[in-house]
Design a protein around this ligand. Structure first.
Ligand code: ZN
Ligand code: ZN
Length: 410
């Protein structure tokens, strides 16, 4: 199949227009209203049956006779990032976060490339129905960045509205070389847990620290002590991350505040490691509070992301399909990434294998150039339209056809 112009000039031009439109108008997680409307129009125009599931989620089905059922997922949300990519279709959109703050919005994670590739995939399937048989289920999932969207779709009865698939597939653009793809077997992306920790002290005058319990000093000890959880308590062969990404306390240098608040992010690839790290974090927080004579801190769970696991059998099928479509020199096996995704929740919720791979978005000049390559979530992250989008469509199509293609079924 290598070299077959699956994506012809007319489709490519249409997808470029769609990509620029999506890129210029990103929306925040679980607020993807206009995006959902646009995607619904596009899939209905292709002959798919669409419905809204889980707020701003859209699920679309294309039936083509008896055969396997394959689900393909693309996420749809943008991020609160002020775009500084220099492209002429850059976003100037703004949105409102759940806390009420008005923020700039950008497709800084490249979910616009996912949606565009998914529409390209649907267009190819709709165009040539003689090449495949079965049912294609397109999951256009909101709220990936907050870990809310996949759960919202499932909680809203996703699998009651669409046929149950044999496999759920998905892909993500990354800062690798455009035109290439990477696939892991087994763990593909980490579990993540985020906690907000409120440290209780006793406020007072900065000149009389002995009459107060200083939550700044206490919380600082907690943050430092947490750094040794991974280095001293996790086996060197295992992977884990503990990051304190925000820390807030106090208003003025001569006032000892009554509380400090920080957030902790924990990543792991294994359920036992995860449980051990979370227990150690909790133990450190409680013990440091005790050491300072303060009450135990309040710990709130902000979100949790499941492990993204690539089923070995289904991954072998996908890898063979990607290699057939793109050529062996453009498909690479890769180790797990410590980033996180809620994709895994979709196959898990219906008890079937999932496979999730990455496609590169950066042109050769950027990858090989002297400057650091912009990564996902950066204000400079701007995938090259080509060969990124054609590769995204081709990879998605090849993987889906490994189950639905009439040759695959024969
Ligand atoms: Zn992201
Ligand atoms: Zn993403």
């Amino acid at each position: 199949m290598t070299g077959t112009p699956l994506v012809d000039d007319a489709l490519r031009a249409d997808l470029h227009d769609l990509y620029r439109t999506l890129h210029a108008a990103p929306e925040l997680s679980m607020a993807e209203h206009a995006t959902a409307r646009l995607l619904t129009e596009r899939v209905e125009a292709l002959g798919l049956t669409a419905r809204t599931v889980g707020g701003t989620g859209v699920v679309a089905v294309l039936e083509n006779g008896p055969g396997p059922v394959v689900a393909f997922r693309a996420d749809t949300d943008g991020l609160p990032v002020a775009e500084d990519s220099g492209v002429d279709y850059a976003s100037t959109a703004r949105g409102v976060l759940p806390d009420g703050s008005d923020v700039p919005v950008m497709h800084a994670c490249g979910h616009d490339t996912h949606m565009t590739s998914a529409i390209g995939l649907a267009a190819l399937l709709a165009r040539d129905r003689s090449a495949w048989a079965g049912t294609f289920v397109l999951l256009l999932q909101p709220g990936e960045e907050t870990g809310a969207g996949a759960r919202a779709m499932v909680a809203d009865g996703l699998w009651e509205h669409v046929p149950r698939p044999q496999v759920v597939l998905g892909q993500h653009v990354w800062s690798g070389r455009a035109g290439t793809v990477e696939v892991s077997t087994g763990p593909a992306m980490a579990m993540a847990d985020a906690w907000r920790v409120t440290v209780h002290g006793r406020g007072g005058h900065g000149s009389q620290p002995h009459t107060s319990t200083d939550p700044v000093v206490l919380a600082a000890h907690m943050v430092v002590r947490l750094q040794s959880v991974v280095s001293r308590e996790v086996a060197p062969q295992a992977a884990a991350v503990v990051t304190v990404g925000s820390f807030h306390a106090g208003l003025k240098e001569n006032i000892i505040p009554s509380e400090a608040v920080f957030t902790v992010n924990v990543r792991s690839l294994d359920e036992d490691v995860r449980a051990g790290v979370l227990a150690a974090v909790r133990r450190v927080l409680d013990a440091e509070a005790l050491a300072s004579g303060a009450p135990p801190p309040k710990v709130e769970e902000l979100y949790t992301f499941p492990l993204t696991t690539n089923d070995p059998g289904a991954t072998a099928t996908v890898t063979a399909a990607l290699t057939g479509a793109l050529g062996a020199d453009r498909v690479r096996a890769c180790p797990p990434r410590m980033g996180s995704e809620d994709f895994g929740f979709l196959p898990e919720s219906v008890g079937v294998p999932g496979v999730y791979w990455f496609f590169g978005g950066m042109p050769d000049a950027v990858v090989d150039g002297p400057e650091p390559v912009p990564v996902n979530h950066s204000p400079h992250f701007a995938p090259a339209l080509e060969p990124t989008l054609t590769t995204g469509v081709t990879a998605a199509h090849a993987a889906v056809m490994a189950w639905l293609g009439v040759e695959a079924a024969a």
